[in-house]
Design a binder for this molecule. Structure first.
Ligand code: SF4
Ligand code: SF4
Length: 378
């Protein structure tokens, strides 16, 4: 660690106050209706102290163990994507005035967000979406503007959930890059504090501005031990060696039929995935027919209309839609954007209502899994 700071609980409160004074809308984890959600927070009292989650295929359970730990959960259903790339964005309105027509692009009103509690895998996902929305002929200027004004406080994981496989994708559990500040939370009998490293000049200036002191050697040792233990708790794995080729060469593998018998084509996996970016547009008019509008909404390669073109639908079966999703994510995404589309967060496994686990599907395609291990009994 490079000359980190030590931040006590009052120090974290000063960080949140300072961010708000600088004009950021601060978004962090809160406990709401039995889940952790990323939402507006104002002080450390909003953080979900004591909450821990259990994530298994098709199951999410949140309990409170009474601990003081603010970041003891692993991953909530929603990712930061919903702020940078919102589920609905009005693009423009179209107004008829007498015989003339006027097009009014919708002004971007996205605030400057400060995210608090971004996990290592989520930093990876944000960096993937940065590539998606800044490359090629179609840049998403609203996304890029939100990112330019974005301040990120990451938090290293203290443990992994059953569905996490970030060590296989190289995204966690330690945050590597893409943050302004990264915290490691230390909770023991007589103390509760954070070891904070900075990743940008704005991050360093914020820490100095609130008067944070430097961490000593024992603080750094405690933080490193926390991260080491977190690595040891990652149980799930995905063999990524030659994965793009494996999937591209196996588009007729019988496993696609097998998974299609279980897949409900609900699209949950794409909605919760922090890297999925497909969208569609909806056009609406008012009752007088004088004002029309266009709104972009999230879409999913699992919806029936997604592959509907003038000549018909080229992806009717569940098999073809699941195969499209998995092969894009783990194979053709690499060709398209130079990186895999998966950061190993496991959200698609947790929030799949029938518990389909993409690591088990890949393993079955490689020929190494039994039907039951690949979720066939669910
Ligand atoms: S894999 Fe699971 S979450 Fe995804 S569409 Fe199929 S049933 Fe829904
Ligand atoms: S494919 Fe699944 S595990 Fe990979 S990033 Fe998306 S939600 Fe996470």
């Amino acid at each position: 660690m490079n000359n980190p700071f030590r931040l006590n609980i009052e120090g974290l409160e000063r960080v949140l106050v300072s961010l708000q004074q600088k004009g950021y809308e601060v978004i962090g984890p809160r406990h709401t209706d039995g889940v952790i959600v990323y939402d507006r927070i104002h002080s450390i009292d909003d953080l979900p102290a004591g909450f821990v989650d259990e994530l298994t295929p098709g199951m999410y359970r949140l309990t409170n163990n009474g601990s003081r730990q603010f970041f003891g959960y692993t991953l909530p259903p929603q990712s930061w994507k919903r702020f940078l790339y919102p589920p609905r964005r009005e693009l423009f309105t179209f107004r008829k005035d007498g015989k003339s027509f006027g097009l009014a692009p919708k002004e971007d009103q996205t605030p400057a967000y400060a995210f608090v509690g971004v996990r290592a895998c989520e930093l990876g996902a944000i960096s993937i979406q940065d590539r998606v929305f800044s490359s090629g002929d179609y840049r998403d200027e609203a996304y890029l503007s939100a990112r330019r004004r974005n301040f990120i406080i990451a938090v290293n994981c203290s443990h992994a959930a059953e569905n996490c496989f970030c060590t296989s994708t190289g995204n966690g559990p330690k945050a590597g890059a893409g943050f302004d500040i990264v915290l490691t939370e230390i909770v023991n009998e007589d103390s509760h504090y954070f070891v904070a490293e900075t990743g940008s000049d704005v991050g360093t200036s914020l820490m100095e501005g609130i008067g944070a002191g430097r961490a000593d050697e024992s603080d750094v040792d405690a933080a490193e031990e926390t991260i080491r233990k977190a690595c040891d708790t990652v149980r799930k794995s995905l063999d990524t060696s030659d994965l793009p080729k494996l999937l591209a060469d196996n588009t007729d593998h019988p496993q696609w039929e097998d998974v299609a018998k279980r897949c409900l084509t609900c699209g949950n996996c794409t909605m919760v995935c922090p890297t999925c970016f497909c969208s569609t547009v909806e056009d609406t008019t008012d009752l007088t027919g004088r004002i029309a509008g266009r709104t972009r909404t999230w879409d999913s390669c699992f919806t029936m209309d997604f592959a509907k073109v003038s000549g018909g639908n080229f992806r009717i079966s569940a098999k073809s839609r699941y195969r499209q999703w998995l092969t894009h994510k783990l194979s053709s995404w690499v060709e398209q954007f130079g990186v895999s589309g998966c950061v190993g967060c496991g959200r698609c496994i947790t929030w799949c209502p029938v518990g389909i686990d993409l690591t088990a599907e890949v393993s079955a395609i490689k020929g190494g899994a039994t039907k039951q291990e690949s979720g066939g009994s669910r």
